[in-house]
Design a protein around this ligand. Sequence first.
Ligand code: AP5
Length: 209
Amino acid sequence: MKLIFLGPPGAGKGTLAAKAVDILNLPHISTGAIFRSAMAAATPLGLKVKAIVESGKLVDDATTIELVKERLAQDDTKKGYILDGFPRTIPQAQALAKFSSVDKVVNFELPDSAVLERLGGRRVCRKCGHNFHMIFDKPKKENVCDHCGGEVYTRDDDRPEAIEKRLEVYRAQTAPLIEFYRGKGLLVDVDARPAVDKVVENFKRSLGM
Ligand code: AP5
């Protein structure tokens, strides 16, 4: 099954994808995570995108499309994939349609007030990428990942001004994808407001599981 996870920043796409990987046995491909690991390793890609990602703006379409095209050409995606954070613009969606055909687009719905609460409290493991939250899902030991012992930190784009920018970019450039995919009969809506286990149930139901 080839799935796209769509939704505003902080809707829980990454958190749900980590659960869906076990349920569906598919690779999780997050463009945001690919950019962050390139930034951490200071590769040419990481150096190119660092200032853009940290400010909450989008990386240019050509760079992002090429990255995803190369990733989807790898063998592990033959049985399907969960594409998290791509496409994020209409040109990206049009490009994707030329090199892969998606089965469903899962649209995680969350109001802005909840976005601010989730991103404001988010902490991430630098080593394994696990998402924590200072209210909903705190690491047992302060700043230490429960899963791998890595350092837990606050993403640079989770500063209030970057969150505001990401929401603005989402409304202008990404939200139009909802009607784009609805028009193609591919969209399923999932209420992302409840606790994670309930959102997992909503997600499974949306796929008829
Ligand atoms: P990306 O990493 O994709 O950021 P995003 O879309 O803004 O999504 P987030 O990772 O912020 O949120 P999420 O929905 O995954 O929520 P999460 O599960 O973490 O992209 C980062 C940047 O990279 C972009 O701004 C851009 O610069 C660049 N980029 C990436 N893709 C691009 C593209 N295609 N084109 C151009 N540029 C691109 O959850 C958030 C928090 O809430 C966590 O703390 C979690 O623990 C908590 N939480 C989750 N679910 C629940 C729940 N149900 N109840 C309570 N708490 C919850």
